[in-house]
Design a protein around this ligand. Structure first.
Ligand SMILES: [Zn+2]
Ligand SMILES: [Zn+2]
Length: 135
């Protein structure tokens, strides 16, 4: 699958199925995306290649986030400790984005009412506690 930023200066090629897809409510994502929460589609880092353009990167705390220097589209975050690359879910075709849960809901701006699980931090399989919100 190939995806582009808004101005098409940057193109990414994704060569695997996602490891996981979710909505992240953490305060980093809120600050960087300027939204209440962010859709994420996560892949093994080496399965997401930049095939056109030169994204710039910027690190808020720990992990670098990459964006198009022309149009400002947020592209992906490298989760260095886990060797994962989290592509912004709004770049993925809608029929390929199947979020499995919400996470970091302790930071949520507002409760979200849907049928997915709402983890307070992260699911246990990604280093969290499996604790959920009472929504
Ligand atoms: Zn662009
Ligand atoms: Zn986040």
């Amino acid at each position: 699958m190939k995806i582009q930023c808004c101005c098409e200066a940057v193109e990414l090629e994704i060569a695997s199925e996602p490891v996981v897809q979710f909505f992240c409510h953490c305060d980093d994502c809120q600050a960087v995306h300027g939204g209440a929460y962010a859709p994420e589609s996560v892949y093994p880092a080496d399965a997401v290649r930049i095939v056109r353009g030169e994204p710039k990167s910027w690190t808020l705390k720990r992990n670098p986030r990459f964006f198009c220097p022309e149009c400002g589209t947020k592209l992906f975050i490298d989760v260095l400790a886990l060797k994962l690359r989290g592509v912004n879910g709004y770049l993925i075709p809608k029929d390929e984005f199947h979020p499995q849960f919400h996470m970091q809901c302790q930071f949520a701006v507002r409760p979200v009412g849907d049928e997915l699980t709402h983890f307070k931090s992260r699911p246990a399989r990604f280093g969290g506690s499996d604790e959920t919100m009472p929504w």
